[in-house]
Design a binder for this molecule. Sequence first.
Ligand SMILES: Cc1cc2nc3c(=O)[nH]c(=O)nc-3n(C[C@H](O)[C@H](O)[C@H](O)COP(=O)(O)O)c2cc1C
Length: 184
Amino acid sequence: MLKLNTAIRNRRSPRAIANKIVTKEMIMLLFEAARWAPSAMNEQPWNYFWVHRDNKNKFEEVLNLLTGINPEWAKNAQAIIISVARKNYEYNNKQNRNALHDTGAANFSIAVQATEMGLQVRQMGGYDRQKAAEYFKLGTEKYELATFIAVGFQGEPEQLPEELKIRELQPRVRKEINEFVKEL
Ligand SMILES: Cc1cc2nc3c(=O)[nH]c(=O)nc-3n(C[C@H](O)[C@H](O)[C@H](O)COP(=O)(O)O)c2cc1C
C-alpha cells in the first residue's frame, strides 16, 4: 500500500516545548540532515548559527531578535538555529537565485530529521531582520537571513499562555491537492 513517509506525517510545529534536554549531539545530527539536502550546482548555500539554552546570555540575546509573540513561546526552546542563505555562487560570485529555495530545503531536512528523532522544530520568519543582520554581522549584499528555528521535544498546550494555547489546539488545516496541482 502506498503511504506517506512517517516523519512527514508526524512532523508538526509546536509552540509548546517540553522541559526535556536536547543535547549538542542531537543538534549536530540535525545539521547532518541539512548537509544532505539537494541544492543548485551542489552549492549548499545554507549557513547556520545556533545557540543552546544553556548558553543563557547568548540565548537571551537571540530571543531578543524575535518579534511579536514569538519570544513568549520560543523562550522554552532547547536550542535556536538561525538559517542564512549565501546569495552568490562561490565559484563565480554571480547571484544564486536558488539560494533561499535551497536553504529552505535544508531547513525542511532538519525538520524531518527532528521528527525522526522524536523532536520537533518550529520555524520563525518573525524576527527583526535589521537587528539580526547586525547581531550576526551579516553583510546583506552577501547573505540573506531565512528563518529562526526553535528546537525541542513537543510539550503540552496547557503550559502556554491562554491565547497561544487556543491556537495550539486548533486542528491543522491544508489545501486539497487539486487546489495547488494541475496535471498537463
Ligand atoms: C518560513 C516560515 C516562517 C514561519 N514563521 C513563524 C513565526 O514567525 N512564528 C510562528 O509561531 N510560526 C511560524 N511559522 C510556523 C508556521 O506557522 C507553521 O509551519 C504552519 O502553521 C503549519 O503548521 P505545521 O508546521 O505544524 O504543519 C513559520 C513557518 C515557516 C515555514
